[in-house]
Design a protein around this ligand. Structure first.
Ligand SMILES: Cc1cc2nc3c(=O)[nH]c(=O)nc-3n(C[C@H](O)[C@H](O)[C@H](O)COP(=O)(O)O)c2cc1C
Length: 364
């Protein structure tokens, strides 16, 4: 069994020995600990920028500065450990999205994954030349071929270039979902349908720019066989979230990971997040109280998400996720993919990747 039994994944000038990306997971779930372990083992390790500054003493006063400072420090910690490929996931819906993109590009992160909104706009520091020739390559996260077209057409017109890869995240993923509730179980929106749709949507742009656009499949991918199926459908790689939560290196408190082990299929539920999107999480007393109409009033000094109306939101999602990351699960809640109930033990990143490679190569 060897790493060479899987195809490599190239995004721009970066080639990962394994076609496996560890999805960015906020708040504080994928920081330098997890990202460096994955990058070291041959995948692409991704730090999530959302809430990264939460432990900075001036977080409440200088929200954006604190986030950008902490983010840069997390990148440095990875770079002290590995030359592997490092990504950063930034939500377009963040109020300091543009500043965070600038900070990540200044730090020469290899790949930026931009989701929870369409990355159509940047600060003036992100020039067309930087998008075309700069160190950092960009991979938007989409949930349809249509979204790819909107992004790529806009970039083509505005910047005379196109992104370097695209992640298509289906309805089985953990965290916020780019679908309407009624689409989540509709077979027409299954990842198996979306991957060929997005691969096809990329073709005219690949032809115009004379380069291939790797499509990365995400959402509900659990085994090596699932990975093989996605590559057979035309994906160049996969992005996994849930499986990487259940690793020793994941940056969450052990109680967060144990919630996955304890979860049964019935515990995996869909919530309406204050962000304005559905999200997939594990049922607990906090979510039960919210479902019963309970409110957890809060004041909001910074408005971290553009789409959150904090005056009417029943709770602060950032605070709920910070509590869960710290292990105070019942003061918040745990985001999880549809397959989280299948997790039965915590392993190392290397053990997880070995298992996936072994299963990928098994016949049948
Ligand atoms: C705990 C958790 C937090 C997540 N946070 C984010 C996030 O902040 N930004 C984002 O784009 N995706 C987020 N995701 C989605 C993952 O990056 C990944 O694409 C998705 O979970 C893949 O599906 P899987 O969990 O079934 O493997 C999160 C997922 C989980 C499980």
């Amino acid at each position: 069994m060897s790493i060479n039994q899987l195809p490599k994944l190239s995004i721009g000038p970066f080639t990962a020995p394994l076609p496996i990306i560890q999805g960015g997971m906020g708040v504080g779930i994928s920081l330098s600990g997890l990202a460096s372990a994955v990058a070291k083992a041959g995948g692409i390790g991704v730090i999530s920028s959302v809430g990264v500054g939460m432990n900075e003493p001036d977080y409440k006063k200088n929200f954006t500065e604190a986030n950008c400072r902490a983010l840069t420090r997390e990148f440095q910690k990875v770079r002290e450990q590995t030359d592997g490929i490092l990504g950063c996931n930034i939500m377009v819906a963040l109020s300091d999205y543009e500043e965070q993109v600038d900070a990540a590009m200044d730090a020469e992160v290899d790949i930026l994954f931009l989701g929870a909104g369409l990355p159509l706009k940047f600060s003036k520091n992100v020039t067309p030349d930087r998008l075309t020739h700069g160190h950092t390559r960009i991979a938007p996260i989409v949930s349809s071929g249509r979204a790819l077209e909107v992004i790529f057409k806009t970039w083509d017109r505005k910047y005379k270039t196109i992104p370097d890869a695209v992640v298509v995240e289906g309805p089985m993923a953990g965290g916020h979902l780019g679908f309407k509730n009624e689409q989540l179980d509709d077979p027409a929106f299954a990842l198996q349908q979306l991957v060929p749709e997005v691969v096809n949507a990329a073709i005219p742009f690949e032809q115009k720019y004379g380069r291939s656009i790797p499509v990365i499949a995400a959402g509900g991918i659990y085994t090596g066989r699932n990975i093989r199926q996605m590559l057979d459908l035309g994906a160049s790689g996969v992005q996994l979230g849930t499986r990487f939560v259940a690793t020793h290196e994941c940056d969450a408190d052990p109680r967060f990971k144990e919630a996955y082990i304890k979860a049964t299929k019935k515990d995996v539920c869909i919530i309406q997040s204050p962000v304005g999107l559905p999200g997939r999480a594990l049922k607990n007393t906090f979510l039960d109280s919210v479902a019963a109409g309970g409110k957890h009033p809060f004041s909001c000094p910074w408005k971290c998400l553009r789409t959150c109306d904090y005056k009417v939101a029943p709770y602060c999602i950032a605070n709920a996720l910070v509590q869960a990351k710290r292990g105070n699960i019942d003061h918040g809640f745990v985001f999880a993919g549809a397959n989280a109930w299948r997790v039965d033990k915590i392993v190392s990143v290397q053990e997880l990747l070995d298992e996936l490679i072994h299963d990928f190569t098994a016949r049948g």
